[in-house]
Design a protein around this ligand. Structure first.
Ligand SMILES: Cc1cc2nc3c(=O)[nH]c(=O)nc-3n(C[C@H](O)[C@H](O)[C@H](O)COP(=O)(O)OP(=O)(O)OC[C@H]3O[C@@H](n4cnc5c(N)ncnc54)[C@H](O)[C@@H]3O)c2cc1C
Length: 386
């Protein structure tokens, strides 16, 4: 008799951008999917959530973009880089799927992804936590133990257990997944949501040792972001986080600092002390990792969500029978990530002057274009049913 109370083709741990998008694609392909997340439906996540073109293309492809726009997510039609006060603005060029970028709050984005996965047939359980993996005698993962959050536990069978459970991934720990490439650089960040700022699209500010960003998002608010090398986080923010935040805004642009001072802070400021990037072994017998669980880079290039969507797509393809299987998934992920990882490392190191930084941004733009083209071509060769 089976030890399992229920069986699924895939159990996905983590119901955010990586987990919910993987669930959506697998469920649409006809897999029986269980998605669990220990947090609540519609809760927030530490992120400034600016989406690059590849992410917006995938949201359009999955049919999730219209729901985000209907919930008041502003269309971003230009992006500006401001180097010590010197501004260059680019218009967002339309393509076949979208004519804008977006930065939906995670309370909005993650909820709509989960809703789409549920509509596609995935079973979704929040306030539910992975406790353990179940292995057979050969070492293959064949299921997992979940804590239902009401004092009960359940042991379920799974064709594959997927860890989409972020940087502190429990699936990675329980499966013994090792990190095989690590970055050195890390930036720290403090950000907050402000009401009453003009919408100028994405604005990225750069000064000596500090950067800042203005990101229009839902509810008529802007996410204002102040960053610095992680090793300076404690010194600049100790004692008075708001004063440190204002100091970084002012160092980047007195006009930004003045606008922020006149705007209403809608929630308390949030902080991230920084963590170097890594690539982690992302597959084994009966398990896989996706999103930050398998590959993380510093937020300096605002690319984690875009890459999480891309890798969810690659993983779903591998599970659906793409050549190379799970090993091919990891190899392709790493190949597609290499340039951006290296550029992110250099930007997050803060070891640049404005001329160096502009060169890095040109390289970044090229790498992003290559990634966006790769995503377009991947979408064109989907092996999974729409
Ligand atoms: C300060 C900051 C700013 C950022 N800004 C941007 C940006 O502007 N643009 C961008 O693209 N990216 C940005 N990123 C990166 C982006 O937020 C991440 O890449 C993205 O959140 C990764 O998504 P994920 O689904 O892999 O994991 P996560 O969002 O980390 O979600 C993991 C989920 O797993 C759940 N979980 C964990 N363990 C368990 C368990 N045992 N059982 C059940 N559930 C579990 C957690 O509750 C969580 O909901 C930023 C990151 C930071 C830190």
């Amino acid at each position: 008799m089976s030890v399992f109370e229920k069986r699924y083709d895939a159990v996905i741990v983590g119901g955010r951008v990586a987990g919910a998008s993987t669930a959506l694609m697998l469920a649409r392909a006809g897999c029986k999917v269980l998605l669990v997340d220990r947090q609540l439906y519609g809760s927030d996540r530490l992120s400034t959530h600016a989406l690059m073109r590849g992410a917006v293309s995938m949201l359009a492809e999955w049919g999730v973009l219209p729901a985000l726009m209907a919930e008041g997510t502003p269309a971003v039609r230009q992006t500006s880089f401001i180097y010590e006060g010197d501004r260059t603005t680019f218009d967002i060029q339309p393509d076949s799927r979208t004519d804008c970028l977006v930065a939906p709050r995670r309370t909005v984005l993650d909820r709509h992804l989960v809703d789409a996965a549920r509509r596609a047939g995935a079973e979704i359980r929040h306030a539910t936590m992975l406790q353990d993996l179940v292995f057979d005698r050969s070492g293959r993962v064949i299921g997992c133990v979940i804590d239902n959050g009401d004092g009960t536990r359940q042991t379920v069978g799974a064709g594959i257990v997927i860890g989409a459970d972020g940087r502190q991934s429990s699936v990675a720990r329980l499966a013994g997944a090792r990190i095989y490439r690590e970055g050195k650089a890390a930036s720290g960040a403090v950000y907050g949501y402000f009401e009453g700022l003009p919408d100028n699209g994405f604005e990225w500010y750069f000064a000596d040792g500090f950067t800042a960003g203005a990101i229009p998002t839902n509810h008529g608010q802007h996410c204002i972001l102040a960053t610095l090398p992680a090793h300076r986080f404690a010194e600049v923010f100790r004692g008075d986080i708001r004063a440190g935040f204002e100091r970084i805004c002012a160092a980047n642009s007195p006009a930004l600092a003045e606008a922020v001072a006149g705007a209403r802070l809608c929630e308390r400021l949030k902080g991230f002390g920084g963590q170097p990037g890594y690539f982690r072994q992302s597959f084994g017998k009966g398990w896989a990792l996706v999103g930050d669980a398998g590959y993380f880079k510093d937020p300096a290039t605002a690319h984690g969500i875009t890459d999480a969507f891309r890798d969810a797509f690659l993983l779903a393809q591998a599970i659906g029978g793409a050549p190379g299987g799970l090993a091919g998934y990891q190899t392709l992920r790493d190949e597609l990530s290499n340039d951006l990882f290296e550029i992110t490392e250099e930007i997050a190191a803060f070891n640049w002057d404005m001329a160096d930084l502009q060169t890095l941004h040109l390289r970044l733009s090229k790498a992003m274009r290559a990634e966006s083209e790769a995503i377009d071509s991947l979408l064109g060769v989907s092996r999974l049913a729409a």
